[in-house]
Design a protein around this ligand. Structure first.
Ligand SMILES: [Zn+2]
Length: 248
């Protein structure tokens, strides 16, 4: 895989098809060759599937984000399993210790099990629940999983990496005040590093406005690790290929 790879975005949040098309055209001009578009709840699965159906460079992830655990109702798990029979990741799933929705742990556990059983890569959101996450992964981790917008301590990186983790970072690593985040980035093994835009966020920082922002993110990640931007981009694109190998 060559070109930039945005490991985590939400293209379904664009307000119109025209805005989405413009963002993807801008990303292609900037050299973005691939990305993963993450669903957040049953209500956006169809939109993610539609975006990815005609665009092989956009890989889908289907799942229920911990904030929306309450929307995992009825036969949601059977619906998710049906989508995951195709080449798709499980995501965005996880645990959030700040914005706690009832049932988040059960919903996460069911999706982790699905990822494991179907051999699908998982895209995990974790905020201040690291101890519990490690316990749950020890009970059974998917073959490959990504900790998106990694915010855990540097000290936890080796243990998570040994379980198969990839670690994804956004452009905020350029902020010198984010010492803990920058220490974690420095601790990640080169073959487990990914980067992301979590776009679109129209009023957000420039790297987060659309998938083309991965170019700025790559420069930030590269500067923080003391390597060239092209090297960071190539490394992360190769790692994305490895992350996605079970659905390639
Ligand atoms: Zn996200």
């Amino acid at each position: 895989m060559t070109g930039y790879f945005d490991a985590h975005n939400h293209l379904q949040f664009y307000a119109s098809e025209a805005e989405l098309a413009a963002a993807l055209a801008g990303a292609a001009r900037a050299g973005v060759a691939g990305m993963i578009c993450c669903a957040t709840r049953p209500g956006d699965w169809a939109a993610v599937a539609a975006i990815c159906a005609s665009r092989p460079e956009v890989r889908p992830a289907f799942g229920v984000h911990p904030w929306y655990a309450g929307e995992a109702a009825g036969d949601w798990l059977a619906g998710l399993e049906a989508l995951l029979r195709g080449p798709a990741c499980v995501g965005e799933i996880g645990l959030d210790g700040v914005r706690k929705a009832p049932g988040q742990e059960e919903v996460f556990a069911a999706q982790l099990e699905l990822a494991r059983r179907l051999g699908r890569p998982a895209i995990i959101h974790c905020v201040r629940m690291w101890g519990r996450l490690v316990e749950m992964l020890k009970a059974g981790a998917p073959a490959s999983f990504m900790l998106h917008a990694y915010s855990g301590p540097a000290e936890l990186v080796p243990e998570l990496a040994a379980m198969g983790a990839y670690f994804s970072f956004g452009g905020e690593v350029s902020d010198p005040r984010r010492a803990k985040l920058r220490a974690a980035l420095a601790a990640v093994p080169g073959d487990r590093l990914l980067m992301e835009t979590e776009s679109p966020e129209p009023g957000g920082p420039s790297w987060r406005r659309g998938p083309a922002g991965i170019v700025e993110t790559a420069a930030a990640v590269a500067a923080a690790r003391g390597i060239k931007a092209e090297a960071a981009a190539a490394l992360c694109a190769a790692n994305a290929g490895a992350f996605l190998k079970t659905i390639s």
